[in-house]
Design a protein around this ligand. Structure first.
Ligand code: PLP
Length: 642
C-alpha cells in the first residue's frame, strides 16, 4: 500500500505522480512527467533539451493504424547512450593519463533487430563502435555492417570452419576481426583454416575469472563459470601457437564477468585479475595489445542506486574511471604498455531506448456489492455473524476478524454445497467477507508488524488490469528471471491514481501476470493505477526494455511479434516516424508452427461449401464468412478494437 494514496485527490499534481513512480530516478533524464501529466521523452539537441509527450507519439501511431501493443524505440536515446559510453571512457582516459584508446563493441545478442544494429553502426561510426558476435548468424550481421577498418569485430562462442572462414575473409579485406578462443579444439581449427586460406588470424583468449559477482548470475560466476579457459588451458594455447610460429597472432585477452553486475567492487576485482593474466601472457611471449572487459555494465531498473539485482551502486563515469585507473595502476609497475581497452556493453547501450506500450482492455475490480445493514429476511445465520465481524474490524481485533470472516464464509459455502443456502446467500457472504478483508488491508500500513498470513492481502484484494500484450512475447525476463522493469501509466498523471492493480496479459496463463513492482517506497506486489474511463483508452508503458527482451520472447498462445515504431525527435520538438514495422500476422505465426495458411483457407472453404450444400447458409453468407476468415489470417495477433 502506498502512503501517497492518502493525499487529498484535489491537491494531486503531475509532480506527485513523478515521485510516486520514481521516474526521475530510473528515467536517467530520458523520461519524466510533463506538467500536463504525460510521460515525455527528453532528448538533447546541441545542449538544449527537447521534450515530446509519449501521448503525441501514440496519437501518431493511431493515425497510422499501428495498433497496441507497440515497441517504441527512440533513436535519439540510443544515439545518446552510444555517445555517453564512448565519451565517458574517452574522458576517463584523458584524465587518467592513459596511453591508449577505448573501443566499444556491441554484443549483437542483446538486441539483434536490424534498425538497432544499423543505428549503432551508423551513429557509432564516429567512435568506431564495433560488434561482438556469438554465432554465425550474428557474425553475418556484423560483417554486413563493416564501415571502417578501425572498427573491431569480436567473435565469441563456438566456431566451426564456416564461421572461421567468414572471419578470415573479413581479415583479408583488412578488418580487425578477433577470434576469442572458447576451447583448445577451436584453436586447432583456426590454425588449420588460416593456413588453408593463407590469412593470419587475430586471436584472443577468454579467461575464466575467479571473481564471484553479485546479482542474478552470481551462481554462474567465479571458478564454476561455464565459460572461458582455465589458466592451464591459457598456457597450452601459448605453447601450441608458439609451436606453429603463430604466437604473434595472440593479441587479446577477454574477460566477461556476467551481465548486470550491480557492485562496482566486483568490476574492480575482475579488472585486477584480468590485468595480471594479461601481464602473464606478455611474460610468456605473446604480443597482446587489446584488453576486452566484456559486458556487465548494469542498468538501474529500480532507480535505487543500490547493490541489488535490478540496480547498481555506481554511475557510468565511475565505472569508466575505475577500469581505466585499475588497468593503469596494475600495468605501470610491470612496465607494460597500456592496451586498447575494449568493452562489450549491451544492456547499458540499448535498454533505455525501447518502451513497450499497451492499452488496458478491462479491469476486474475487487469491490464488494452493496452490503445491507441488517441480514435480509430469511437469510442464513452466518450472514448475520459476518455482518457482526464487519462492524468489529479494528487495529486490536483484525487478526480475529480475519479468521472469523473466513470461518463463517466457509460455513456458508458448506451449507450451499448441501443445498441449504441460496446462490444469493452465498454471493452476499462473499461480498461481506471481501469487505472485511478490505477494511483489514487498510489497517496494514499502520501496523508495526504485519502477520505473514496477511502480507499478500493487498495483492489478493488488488484490481486485475487486463492488458493487451503477451508477457512471454514481449517481457520474457519477467517470466524467466523475475526481472523488474519500471512500469507506469503514460498519461492522466496530473490525476491521483486511486486504484492498486496487478497486470494480467492476454495469454490467460497464470504466469502471464506482473505482480512485482519496484516503487520508491519499496518493492510492491501492486501498482498504483487510475480507474478506467468509459470510452477512453488507458495506456501503460514498460520502460528500459531495449535489452534482451525483443528476441528472447516466444509464441505462447501464438501471440506474435508486436508492431514496432522507431521515432526520431527533431530540434523543433517535432518527430519523425523513421521506421514502422508491422508485427506478425496470424498467418505468420501459424506458419511458424507448420501450418500452411493457403491450405487452411482451402480447408475452411470446404467447410463453408458443405454448409451451402446442406442448406445451412446461403451463398452470400458463404462469401462474407470466407472473407472474415481471410481477413483474420492477415490480421494482428493481439486484441484489435475495430
Ligand atoms: C551477453 C554478453 C555481453 C553483454 O553483456 P551486458 O551485460 O548486456 O553488457 C557481453 N559479452 C559477452 C561475451 C556476453 O556473453
Amino acid at each position: 500500500m502506498n502512503a501517497n494514496i492518502s493525499k487529498a485527490a484535489e491537491a494531486w499534481d503531475a509532480e506527485d505522480s513523478s515521485d510516486l513512480y520514481g521516474i526521475d530516478a530510473w528515467g536517467a533524464g530520458y523520461y519524466s512527467v510533463s506538467s500536463q501529466g504525460d510521460v515525455q521523452v527528453n532528448v538533447d539537441h546541441d545542449g538544449e533539451t527537447v521534450s515530446v509527450s509519449l501521448m503525441d507519439i501514440v496519437s501518431g501511431m493511431r493515425g497510422r493504424q499501428l495498433d497496441m501493443p507497440v515497441v517504441l524505440r527512440v533513436r535519439n536515446v540510443l544515439d545518446d547512450r552510444i555517445a555517453t559510453l564512448n565519451e565517458s571512457f574517452a574522458s576517463a582516459i584523458e584524465q587518467g593519463g592513459y596511453n591508449n584508446v577505448y573501443r566499444a563493441v556491441f554484443p549483437i545478442k542483446v538486441n539483434q533487430q536490424c534498425h538497432v544494429i544499423e543505428e549503432i553502426a551508423d551513429y557509432g561510426r564516429r567512435y568506431n563502435h564495433g560488434f561482438e558476435a556469438g554465432s554465425k548468424a550474428e557474425l553475418i550481421i556484423a560483417l554486413s555492417q563493416l564501415r571502417d577498418v578501425e572498427t573491431l569485430v569480436v567473435c565469441n562462442g563456438y566456431k566451426d570452419a564456416e564461421f572461421i572462414d567468414l572471419g578470415l575473409y573479413a581479415r583479408r579485406m583488412g578488418y580487425p576481426v578477433f577470434f576469442v578462443l572458447e576451447s583448445l579444439h577451436e584453436l586447432r581449427l583456426i590454425i588449420e583454416r588460416s593456413r588453408a586460406l593463407d590469412v593470419e588470424p587475430l586471436i584472443g583468449v577468454r579467461m575464466r575469472s575467479s571473481v564471484k559477482v553479485d546479482g542474478h548470475w552470481s551462481q554462474d560466476s567465479g571458478d564454476r563459470s561455464i565459460f572461458g579457459l582455465s589458466t592451464t588451458a591459457l598456457l597450452q594455447v601459448v605453447t601450441e601457437l608458439r609451436e606453429v610460429g603463430m604466437l604473434h597472432c595472440l593479441q587479446m585477452l577477454h574477460c566477461h564477468l556476467g551481465s548486470q553486475v550491480p557492485n562496482i567492487r566486483n568490476v574492480r576485482s575482475g579488472v585486477l585479475e584480468a590485468c595480471h593474466i594479461y601481464a602473464g601472457l606478455i611474460a610468456e611471449g605473446a604480443p597482446m595489445g587489446y584488453l576486452d572487459l566484456g559486458g556487465g555494465l548494469a542498468v538501474d531498473y529500480e532507480g535505487a542506486s543500490a547493490n541489488s539485482t535490478h540496480s547498481m551502486n555506481y554511475q557510468l563515469d565511475e565505472y569508466c574511471v575505475n577500469i581505466v585507473e585499475s588497468v593503469r595502476e596494475t600495468l605501470d609497475p610491470l612496465n607494460i604498455a597500456h592496451p586498447v581497452l575494449v568493452s562489450e556493453s549491451g544492456r547499458a547501450t540499448v535498454a533505455y531506448s525501447s518502451i513497450l506500450l499497451f492499452n488496458i482492455l478491462d479491469v476486474r475490480d475487487s469491490q464488494p456489492g452493496a452490503i445491507p445493514e441488517q441480514p435480509p429476511e430469511g437469510s442464513s445465520e452466518f450472514i448475520g455473524h459476518l455482518l457482526d465481524v464487519l462492524q468489529r474490524v479494528s487495529p486490536d481485533s483484525f487478526q480475529e476478524c480475519y479468521n472469523d470472516a473466513l470461518f463463517y464464509r466457509d460455513e456458508l459455502r458448506e451449507l450451499f454445497y448441501r443445498g441449504r443456502a441460496t446462490l444469493r446467500d452465498r454471493a452476499l457472504a462473499e461480498d461481506i467477507c471481501l469487505a472485511v478483508m478490505q477494511r483489514i488491508a487498510k489497517l496494514l500500513p499502520e501496523l508495526e508488524r504485519v502477520p505473514p498470513e496477511l502480507e499478500s492481502l493487498p495483492e489478493q484484494l488488488s484490481d486485475i488490469y487486463y492488458a493487451n500484450f503477451s508477457l512471454f512475447q514481449s517481457l520474457p525476463d519477467i517470466w524467466a528471471i523475475d526481472q523488474v522493469f519500471p512500469i507506469m501509466p503514460i498519461h492522466r498523471l496530473q490525476e491521483q491514481p486511486t486504484r492498486e492493480g496487478i497486470l494480467a496479459d492476454l495469454t490467460c496463463d497464470c504466469d502471464g501476470r506482473i505482480a512485482n513492482f519496484s516503487l520508491p517506497s519499496g518493492p510492491s506486489t501492486t501498482l498504483p493505477l487510475h480507474a478506467l474511463r468509459e470510452g477512453e483508452e488507458y495506456y501503460v508503458g514498460v520502460f528500459l526494455v531495449g535489452a534482451y527482451q525483443e528476441t528472447l520472447g516466444d509464441l505462447h498462445n501464438l501471440f506474435g511479434d508486436t508492431n514496432v515504431v522507431n521515432v526520431s525527435v527533431n530540434a523543433d520538438g517535432s518527430f519523425d516516424f523513421v521506421g514502422e514495422l508491422q508485427g506478425d500476422s496470424i498467418a505468420d505465426v501459424l506458419s511458424y508452427v507448420e501450418y500452411e495458411p493457403k491450405h487452411m483457407q482451402e480447408q475452411f472453404r470446404q467447410v463453408a461449401e458443405e454448409a451451402v450444400r446442406s442448406g445451412r447458409i446461403t451463398l452470400e453468407q458463404r462469401q462474407s464468412i470466407l472473407s472474415a476468415f481471410r481477413d483474420s489470417l492477415q490480421g494482428y495477433t493481439y486484441f484489435e478494437h475495430h
